[in-house]
Design a protein around this ligand. Structure first.
Ligand SMILES: Cc1cc2nc3c(=O)[nH]c(=O)nc-3n(C[C@H](O)[C@H](O)[C@H](O)COP(=O)(O)O)c2cc1C
Length: 160
């Protein structure tokens, strides 16, 4: 399973989560994290899983991530599996909003069903740092992504 993690980040916290997700997914195939403003046209070649994430800002995803998804062509939307994450405050979601949920809704409107439920990782203040244990939780989430992908998408080898 080859993965691309495309992220936006104002203060660097979402970037740290994106990098930990990519490092974890690298155990299962090629994987790297790329800032949304630096995604090259050939970045999707041989990619199976596209993970998108950004900070929650004003209850929403960032314009850059929104535009990135809006610009994905139909072939990519059909071929790739998707998962979404955000960073935000550790308060009830109805209070904070969630960029990841917004990204999931945006993808759903494009007829894409996400591989797993969107994930939120918590910061302790606007500029961070991340709350204790969030990088480990990001690694756990990445492993869950692989397990789900493997269960749904990869053929089971039948012993001869
Ligand atoms: C302009 C702005 C709006 C924000 N709005 C929200 C919000 O609606 N809900 C929330 O939980 N956090 C909000 N935050 C906190 C961000 O989620 C936090 O800055 C972010 O997780 C840090 O990630 P980054 O370092 O990748 O930018 C806001 C931060 C900024 C700067």
């Amino acid at each position: 399973m080859n993965s691309l993690v495309v992220y936006d980040s104002q203060f660097g916290n979402t970037e740290k989560i994106a990098q930990r997700i990519a490092e974890t997914l690298a155990a299962y195939g090629k994987a790297r994290a790329v800032r949304v403003t630096a995604v090259e046209p050939n970045a999707f070649d041989a990619i199976d899983l596209l993970v998108v994430g950004c900070p929650t800002q004003a209850w929403n995803s960032t314009p850059a991530l929104k535009n990135f998804i809006a610009d994905l062509d139909n072939a990519k939307l059909k071929r790739l599996r998707f998962a979404e994450f955000d960073t935000r405050f550790d308060k009830p979601r109805w209070l904070t909003g969630s960029a990841a949920s917004k990204l999931e809704n945006q993808l759903r409107r494009l007829q894409v069903t996400s591989l797993v439920a969107p994930a939120s990782f918590f910061v302790t203040a606007n500029e961070g740092p991340l709350a204790a244990g969030e990088l480990e939780r990001a690694a756990d989430w990445a492993n869950e992504l692989y397990d789900t992908f493997h269960a749904q998408c990869e053929p089971v080898a039948v012993p001869m």
